[in-house]
Ligand binder design. Structure first.
Ligand SMILES: Cc1cc2nc3c(=O)[nH]c(=O)nc-3n(C[C@H](O)[C@H](O)[C@H](O)COP(=O)(O)OP(=O)(O)OC[C@H]3O[C@@H](n4cnc5c(N)ncnc54)[C@H](O)[C@@H]3O)c2cc1C
Length: 388
């Protein structure tokens, strides 16, 4: 990895010796246990089950989670480093699959009962059990408040009917943190339920013809009169919207950090190619047009990185600004898209061939611009802070 990838990050004043040691440790693990196989896993459509326990051992799965459930303490800057290093792999499907507990487990740990946490968290953080987050439905994902999967109370149980789609890790999950309607129309009638996938009436199918994220399993989940005990309620009944919105902040921060780093991977591959490829008797890098493309990529990446730092500082201070995080996500997906496009343009024909990280990242732009809240929805959310 070239110095360019590291230099901007080394300048972050929040990174101390421990953070840098974490980066080295994680990078060794990724370079040894993931990088050599990453492309093969993506092409074949999944990562090996053995990767989860290995990622647990190195501290990746448990990072930032409570020690009592097998987690490892670590501030927000450790997480930033983890997201950057994972993005360096250049295979978004690996990150999405390996780290899906990052969106599925926090609702349980932040809002679930103690019994629920003890029951599921340790095995997930050991990499021996899997959890997904199911909000999106076949009828729509953006309009979360109007979801239609119902959970109707029947004695000590809820009876769940409906479907969820595009669910990351949905084929493998043992549990699913699921958004359901328990009450009136709109946000005030939404609850979160932890649904075990061995429950009677639960089924799932694969969505495996995707533009990117091949290494990640994506599924549609069906609930046909699935009986779920009331003790599986995450948080209070009809308070699920709050759970979902809180979760979105950290999901979007993680995505933004990864998108910026994906963009930097594209910059690096573009620089490497521009330095070695010759046209019209000189290196591509000696053509001013190409140098300007490279400069603009770096300019946009650095600006995004600064915005990430500002939002992370607010998160660390316990005062996250959802509007800014939403705009950061838009900034990051636009910059990822710009860098992927420019890198492929500089790579020329070889950029159209599978085999480079930039080519894959180009195919993974859209899922980042849509998943976790689309660019349009993010902009809307930000303007709502002005009462618009
Ligand atoms: C690979 C992949 C993995 C995913 N993983 C998960 C997961 O693990 N869990 C999960 O719950 N979901 C997951 N999603 C779903 C994702 O969050 C949704 O796709 C996303 O929220 C958008 O929902 P939608 O696809 O239904 O689009 P829609 O909501 O139908 O929107 C379609 C388009 O219209 C735009 N639009 C909608 N409303 C408005 C409006 N009011 N104004 C302007 N434009 C609007 C949207 O921005 C979008 O561009 C995943 C998606 C993908 C592709």
């Amino acid at each position: 990895m070239s110095l360019d990838f590291d230099s901007a990050r080394l300048a972050n004043p929040h990174f101390n010796e421990e953070h840098l040691a974490w980066r080295e440790q994680l990078r060794r693990f990724i370079d040894t246990d993931i990088m050599p196989f990453a492309e093969e896993w993506d092409e074949r459509g999944h990562i090996p089950t053995s990767l989860w326990p290995k990622a647990s051992e190195v501290g990746l799965l448990g990072l930032g989670y409570p020690e009592q459930y097998g987690g490892i303490p670590g501030d927000i800057w450790f997480s930033q480093i983890a997201n950057e290093e994972l993005a360096r792999i250049g295979v978004g499907g690996i990150n999405a699959s390996l780290m899906v507990h990052g969106i599925g487990l926090p609702p349980v740990l932040n809002w679930g009962s103690e019994a629920m946490k003890e029951q599921i968290a340790p095995a997930i953080l050991r990499g021996e059990s899997w959890i997904s987050l199911a909000i999106t439905e076949p009828g729509g994902g953006s309009d979360v408040a109007n979801l239609t999967t119902t959970a109707v109370r029947d004695g000590d149980h809820y009876v769940v009917n409906g479907a969820k789609t595009y669910i990351t890790g949905g084929l493998r999950a043992n549990h699913v943190s699921t958004a359901v309607r328990t009450g009136e129309a709109g946000a005030a009638g939404v609850s979160m339920l932890l649904i075990p996938t061995d429950a009677s009436g639960f089924s799932r199918t694969a969505l495996d013809k995707k533009q990117g994220w091949w290494a990640s399993d994506t599924a549609t989940l069906y609930f046909d009169n699935v009986r779920v005990h009331v003790s599986q309620l995450i948080g209070e009944e009809n308070q699920g919207f709050k759970v979902i919105m809180t979760n979105f902040n950290s999901e979007r921060m993680g995505m933004a950090i990864q998108m910026e780093a994906f963009g930097r991977v594209c910059l690096e591959e573009a620089v490497a190619w521009a330095t070695q490829r010759k046209t019209f008797g000189k290196r591509l890098a000696d053509h001013q047009v190409i140098r300007h493309k490279i400069a603009t990529m770096k300019q946009k990446l650095n600006a995004t990185q600064a915005y990430i730092r500002v939002c992370n500082e607010s998160m660390a201070a316990g005062i996250p600004n959802p509007g800014d995080i939403a705009l950061l996500k838009v900034q990051a997906s636009e910059v990822m898209e710009y860098c992927a496009r420019e890198a492929l343009q500089i790579l020329g024909g070889i950029g159209f061939m599978r085999g480079s990280r930039a080519e894959r990242i180009y195919r993974e732009v859209r899922v980042n611009a849509i998943g976790g809240g689309s660019e349009e929805i993010m902009r809307d959310l930000a303007t709502r802070q002005y009462g618009l």
